[in-house]
Design a protein around this ligand. Structure first.
Ligand SMILES: N[C@@H](CCC[C@H](N)C(=O)O)C(=O)O
Length: 325
């Protein structure tokens, strides 16, 4: 089978986008899992954090199904939604679109470039809940905020929330990747606490406008960035310091920087405006044999050289910005 692919990323969280609106592939559910596991495997010719299947929707401009590198299908993907949103905006000719996901529908629109030559997309995320049953998470109370999770760590405090996918967030003085990885692996192996696993986020407060987030992603591992993780972390930072509500938070990460504005209404309903890049890396085709999945080939690869160069310039700018904080 020959499958057209578009390699893309949101702050270094990279994906393979497959257009099932314009191309008919008729994948079975098992084939979607196989494609995710093999194509995301970084020992192969492509490698990615996940696959984004873009499909027709009966009530929105498009539908996103996201599969993690391990073949699991999460409820949501913030960085991936910006890439899918850009793609659907381009093929539909609209300035803004609604994208259906497993648990919700999100408004996506073009935004002013976050840096020269960087295609920038804004999404509005309002599928936020602190009720631990929505993660799901098993615990003694309905909410878990700034408290330890004994089975994970006897020193680190976490806050649990759903962005329609599950997250726990810890505000730390220093982001130790080794500790994050250890806790992330443990958290995804205690099904009595997290029956469907969980994304684990460490956030360091840099100054009154800026934070740094690193995530151990369910179904992937440590990634350059996680959109829903940065969203969850921005919310918890605003819970910790309500003066940040309604103000732009610069969220730095290993793959660049995005902007979040966290809003809370009178009935404690949260909504986050999330603004960041949606960059193309290359387009190509994969020749995939579902009987011999390990031997797939990548052919006709065409690089988006200008977008790659612009994003490298943006990364240099982000590095310099971090040196001034
Ligand atoms: N990187 C994504 C999150 C992808 C899903 C996550 N690994 C999960 O399983 O919930 C993002 O940008 O949000």
């Amino acid at each position: 089978m020959i499958v057209d692919i578009l390699k893309c990323h949101g702050t270094g969280n990279d994906f393979v986008l497959i257009d099932e609106i314009n191309d008919f592939y008729d994948f079975t559910e098992e084939q979607r899992v196989l494609l995710a596991r093999e194509i995301c495997d970084r020992k192969g010719p492509v490698g990615a954090d996940g696959i984004l299947f873009v499909q027709k929707s009966t009530f929105a401009d498009g539908k996103m199904r996201i599969f993690n590198a391990d073949g699991s299908e999460p409820e949501m993907c913030g960085n991936g939604l910006r890439c899918v949103g850009r793609y659907v905006i381009e093929i539909s000719g609209k300035d803004s679109v609604e994208i259906e996901t497993m648990k919700g529908k999100y408004m996506v629109k073009k935004a002013e470039d976050i840096y020269e030559g960087i295609t920038t997309i804004q999404i509005t995320i309002d599928t936020i809940s602190f009720d631990i049953k929505t993660l799901p998470m098993n615990g003694p109370a309905d909410r878990h905020l700034f408290q330890k999770i004994e089975s994970l760590s006897n020193t680190v405090e976490f806050s649990a929330l759903s962005i329609s996918n599950p997250h726990i967030v810890s505000i730390v003085d220093h982001i130790d990747e080794r500790v994050l990885k250890e806790i992330g692996e443990k958290a995804n192996n205690i099904k009595e606490v997290f029956p469907k696993g969980v994304n684990v986020n460490f956030v360091k407060i840099l100054d009154e406008q800026s934070i740094y987030v690193k995530t151990y992603e369910r179904g992937v591992g440590l990634t350059q960035s996680c959109g829903t993780g940065m969203t969850a972390s921005s919310i918890i930072v605003c819970c910790h310091d309500s003066k940040r509500l309604g103000r732009e938070v610069k969220v730095f990460n290993d793959g660049g920087m995005i902007q979040c504005i966290v809003h809370k209404d009178a009935v404690e309903k949260y909504k986050v405006e999330f603004i960041g890049n949606a960059s193309y890396i290359y387009q190509g085709k994969v020749c995939f044999d579902f009987e011999e999945t390990k031997t797939y080939k990548l052919i006709e690869q065409e690089m988006y050289a200008t977008e790659i160069a612009n994003y490298e310039a943006f990364l240099r700018y982000v590095k310099k910005s971090l040196e001034t904080i």
